[in-house]
Structures are given as structure tokens and as C-alpha cells.
Design a protein around this ligand. Structure first.
Ligand code: NAI
Ligand code: MG
Length: 350
């Protein structure tokens, strides 16, 4: 029995999560899996009901399930609340409470969408790599931090166990893919990066089959755009990963296509990387594929059913190949369909 907590959230969140849940239910039927899905209010939707973006009840539910599926939070209605009451604060708190220290962002190019990117099709075609970003350490959390009239300062600090656990996850991920790991740092300038590099090499001894390469972050930024096909799995610290995962995502084309997984030792959360898209909310126009692909990541990482994950990617691929597009990924001659229509097609292809 798998327990999923769904947090549809705000804007298009409920629309794309509804699509993803239809996919989960279809798969549960087909493979006779026992999956329970419990919905809880989160973000603005929760604030309107309870005066709190993340209630203790929602938090407890998230701590007591196998996987959280999140839509998106926020919108103009809640923009003027004080900083600590905003949806972003609730999202950060949730990630912290669940100790989600690794963020997985695939950069996968679907053949049917190879022309949607700003890169040339022949450079992009066949691109399929994973960026693994450390999420709870490094300069975003290091002490001391602050500024006065004359100085501003932050501290890039990692503990041994923080680097070791993310390195292990990354080698594990590489073992399940093409066994190629690139660790990205700035060891030529930063001692904390030399420390990172040393530990990654220590962990490598337990994964001799994986080919490990070190790369400086500035070179990596260039290489991702120059020849993205060279990568299989990338692992990097929080700050570098923040930037590189956005570059990697955007070379593939559309926000509406990009899933993510945030993983810890005991919890996991799956969500599209896009926001609540207030401009198209409530119009049945949103692209649900990012959220449906997040469900594929859930099947792979949390339920350990890679075959079902592959079935989902295949159903997405087939749907796109048949020419169906939501408005965000449509080219002039494509047939533009709604959120529910493209979900229908994906479910049918499953
Ligand atoms: P956004 O990602 O919501 O939208 C950016 C643009 O992409 C919009 O034009 C939108 O229509 C389009 N878009 C996004 N997802 C789409 C999808 N699935 N299908 C089709 N089109 C899609 O980012 P924006 O506009 O900066 O933020 C809107 C709200 O979302 C803000 O309140 C922001 O704080 C919140 N937000 C929440 C996030 C989360 O919950 N993880 C992440 C980013 C933003
Ligand atoms: Mg970012």
C-alpha cells in the first residue's frame, strides 16, 4: 500500500494535479496497485481556509506518507502578505521539515519538441541528463551571514556527511543510468570545493563502475549549452545547482514540461518546476506534462518501479508524437488541446 499526499495548491496547481492523479489511478488499476491519495490544502488555498499557508495537519500528513505530490503555490491574491506568511515561506518550511536534501531535475528532450528550444535541433536531439543539486546546505544556509553599511557576507560551508550523502545518491543514480557522473565545483578557487571534491572521490571508491569527471562550474555552464548530450548525471552544491538546473531546464524548451523530485532520507516530494501561472489559471489550458512526469519520478524513486516510470514517459512521448499540444508548446501547425484533453490522451496511451 502506497500513501500519497497531494497538495494541489493555487492557480493551475489543482488543474495539473488533477491530471496527474488520473494517471496514478489509471496505473493503479492496470497494475493492481494499492495506492491511497489524500488531498490537503496548501499555500494560498490553505491561507484562505485556515489563515495559515502550511497547517500542522498538512505538515503531519506529509510526514506520514510515502510521497508528496505538489502542484504550485502563490498568486497575486497573497502577494502583499508579510514575508514569513507568503507561500514561498511555507514551501521552504515544508522542504526543511521533510529534510529534502537532494533536488533531482531531469533535462530530457522529447523528440517531438526538439524545435521548441532556443538551441539548434541537432545539438539538442537525444539530450537526456539529470541534475542533482544539494538543497539544504552550502552558502544558502551557512553562518555567519549578514551585512552592514560597509560589508556583506555569506559563508559557503559543508559538513562531511552532507557531501557524502548527496554523492552517494548521485553515484546510485548514475548506476541506474549510463554510469557517467560529472561533479561540478570551483576547486581552483574555493577550499570548500576542494573539500567537496575530496569526498566525492572517496565515495567513488564504492562505485568503481561509474566514470567520474570533475568540472569547474564556469566550464560546466558553457558545456551544457555547447554540447548537452555529453552529460548523464551531474551533481553539484546548492548555489551552483540553482543556476545550472535552470540553464539545463530551459535548453529543453518549456516550463510546462519540466518535473522535479526533492528527496531526503525518509521523505520525498514531487512537483513541476513551474509556478501557479495565474495568467492562465482556471482556463483548462495548463500543460499537465511536468506534473505527470513528476509522477513518473515518484514511481521510479519512491516506489522503485522503473518500468512504470518508463511507461509514463513513453505515453507522454506517444501523445506528443501524435501531434497534440497544449498552447505553451504548440507550433503554428499543431493541434492545440486543453489540459483535460491531453491528459485523456496520455491516460489512453498508458
Ligand atoms: P509561472 O511558472 O507560474 O509562470 C510563468 C509563465 O509560464 C506564465 O506565462 C505561465 O502561464 C507559463 N506557465 C507556467 N506553467 C505552465 C504550464 N504548466 N502550462 C502552460 N503554461 C505555463 O511563474 P510566475 O508567473 O513567475 O509566478 C506565478 C506565481 O507562481 C507567483 O505567485 C510565484 O510566486 C509562484 N511560483 C510558485 C512556485 C512553486 O509553487 N513551486 C514556483 C515559481 C513561482
Ligand atoms: Mg532557481
Amino acid at each position: 500500500m502506497f500513501k500519497i499526499v497531494s497538495l494541489p495548491g493555487d492557480g493551475i496547481g489543482p488543474e495539473v494535479v488533477a491530471g496527474a492523479i488520473r494517471v496514478i489511478n489509471a496505473l493503479a488499476d492496470k497494475h493492481r496497485l494499492e495506492i491511497s491519495i489524500d488531498e490537503h490544502p496548501f499555500g494560498g488555498a490553505s491561507y484562505d481556509l485556515h489563515g495559515d499557508m502550511l497547517t500542522e495537519e498538512t505538515l503531519e500528513a506529509c510526514k506520514n506518507c510515502d510521497a508528496v505530490l505538489l502542484g504550485a503555490v502563490g498568486g497575486p491574491k497573497w502577494e502583499n502578505l508579510p514575508h514569513d506568511k507568503k507561500p514561498e515561506a511555507a514551501l521552504l518550511r515544508l522542504r526543511k521539515e521533510l529534510e529534502l536534501f537532494a533536488n533531482f531535475r531531469p533535462a530530457k528532450v522529447y523528440d517531438a519538441l526538439v524545435n521548441a528550444s532556443s538551441l539548434k535541433a541537432d545539438i539538442l536531439s537525444g539530450t537526456d541528463f539529470m541534475v542533482i543539486r544539494e538543497l539544504t546546505g552550502g552558502i544558502y544556509f551557512g553562518q555567519p551571514r549578514g551585512y552592514d553599511d560597509n560589508r556583506g557576507w555569506n559563508t559557503m560551508v559543508y559538513e562531511h556527511h552532507e557531501v557524502e550523502r548527496i554523492a552517494r545518491l548521485a553515484f546510485d543514480a548514475a548506476m541506474k543510468r549510463k554510469k557517467k557522473l560529472v561533479s561540478i565545483d570551483k576547486a581552483n578557487v574555493l577550499e570548500s570545493s576542494q573539500f567537496w571534491r575530496n569526498i566525492v572521490h572517496e565515495v567513488h571508491k564504492d562505485f568503481p563502475e561509474v566514470e567520474l569527471t570533475d568540472m569547474y562550474v564556469d566550464n560546466a555552464a558553457m558545456q551544457i549549452v555547447r554540447d548537452p548530450k555529453q552529460f548523464d548525471v551531474i551533481v553539484t552544491k546548492n548555489l551552483f545547482g540553482d543556476i545550472l538546473s535552470d540553464i539545463s531546464g530551459m535548453i529543453t524548451g518549456s516550463l510546462g514540461m519540466l518535473p522535479s523530485a526533492s528527496i531526503g532520507t525518509t521523505h520525498a516530494m514531487y512537483e513541476p518546476i513551474h509556478g501557479s501561472a495565474p495568467d492562465i489559471a482556471g482556463q483548462n489550458k495548463a500543460n499537465p506534462i511536468a506534473t505527470i512526469a513528476s509522477v513518473a519520478m515518484m514511481f521510479e524513486h519512491t516506489f522503485c518501479m522503473k518500468n512504470i516510470a518508463d511507461d509514463i514517459y513513453q505515453a507522454i512521448e506517444q501523445t506528443l508524437a501524435s501531434g497534440l499540444r497544449t498552447a505553451d508548446i504548440a507550433q503554428p501547425r499543431d493541434r492545440v488541446v486543453s489540459t483535460t484533453e491531453i491528459t485523456d490522451a496520455i491516460v489512453a496511451n498508458l
